[in-house]
Design a protein around this ligand. Structure first.
Ligand SMILES: [Zn+2]
Length: 315
């Protein structure tokens, strides 16, 4: 059973919002597009690994994409965690094409594609680090501990894995071998914790998830004033649309929509810190009426905190 689904990373949503809202020809657009392409490829790789995990027997549970913080403020992120009352399996996913090489002595990890060789952080070392950090995190909380195994998983079946060290192949393999690898641990780990302890352990891990939220204005050195406000036309992408009696109309292509404002509010929340007031929303959507904005925000089923006049709306 899947105990926690894979969310679309916050940063991907932020990048999309930036690409919609920065003025055409902005010098940072290319850098954002390059970053976004890498992130989306990574996400596709993780989704491919998720697919292979669906072939595991029902006795295994899956926690996808979990980011935990130790008591000392260190954070670590595990792409997929296979859990059972017998053992845990932590997976580090790589979605890379070409030939991957794991060097025995230097522990260097390189990828060669079109005769160009490039070095990257070694996913086996990353997986082993997460294994240690997860163990520490569980011990810090005085939760029952189980054996934790870790693997680096290559999501693309056409990617070649090479090494001058035999035992590397036990630590890194293609996603399609996951079910058979998991099976080998069944014979190895026969002792289990009780169901109550198992539930407490997995629930605490899921509750500990702290998604990574970054300030994209700082990362790309942007000013908040560079973000275009207004509702974007879902058809021709021009900004703004104008509002007449419950309908948004595009000033350019004249198409209309009743819901186009939702994306604008979401963009605001992704970019400007996850809360919006009625006043901020009026400015961003170009709407003069406090009552109309209140009605629209409530229709989005956002949560409201604070008193009516100074209320903050958030997810
Ligand atoms: Zn339009």
């Amino acid at each position: 059973m899947i105990l926690k689904e894979r969310d679309i990373p916050f940063r991907i949503m932020q990048n999309d919002a930036l690409l919609r809202r920065l003025p055409e020809g902005h010098p940072e657009i290319q850098a954002i597009m390059d970053d976004q392409a890498k992130r989306k490829a990574g996400l596709r790789g993780e989704q491919n690994v998720s697919y292979h995990l669906t072939f595991l027997p029902d006795k295994y549970d899956i926690i996808h994409d979990i980011r935990l913080k130790t008591k000392y403020g260190q954070t670590f992120q595990i792409d997929s965690l296979v859990v059972s009352p017998y053992f845990f399996l932590s997976l580090e996913t790589k979605n890379m094409i070409g030939t991957l090489y794991f060097e025995k002595y230097s522990k260097q990890f390189t990828r060669t594609i079109n005769e160009v060789e490039e070095g990257f952080p070694n996913p086996i070392i990353q997986a082993e680090r997460h294994q240690i950090q997860l163990k520490k995190w569980i011990l810090e909380r005085k939760l029952p501990i189980l054996p934790i195994e870790c693997y680096a998983v290559i999501s693309n079946p056409a990617t070649l894995i090479k090494s001058n060290e035999e035992k590397i192949y036990q630590k890194v393999f293609h996603a399609e071998h996951l079910p058979s690898k998991v099976k080998t641990f069944e014979d190895q780990y026969k002792q289990s914790i009780c169901e109550k302890d198992y539930k407490r352990l997995t629930k605490t891990i899921i509750k500990g998830h702290t998604p990574l939220k970054q300030d994209v204005f700082e990362i790309y050195n942007l000013q908040k004033s560079e973000i275009r406000d207004g509702v974007q036309c879902p058809k021709c992408h021009s900004i703004p649309m104008s509002y007449h009696f419950g309908t948004w109309e595009c000033l350019k292509c004249h198409s209309s929509s009743k819901t186009a404002y939702k994306k604008a509010v979401e963009d605001y929340l992704y970019l400007f810190g996850e809360t919006i007031t009625n006043q901020q929303c009026r400015n961003f959507l170009h709407l003069p009426s406090r009552h109309v904005v209140r009605e629209l925000l409530l229709r989005m089923k956002l949560k409201q905190s604070g008193k009516t006049k100074n209320a903050n709306y958030h997810w």
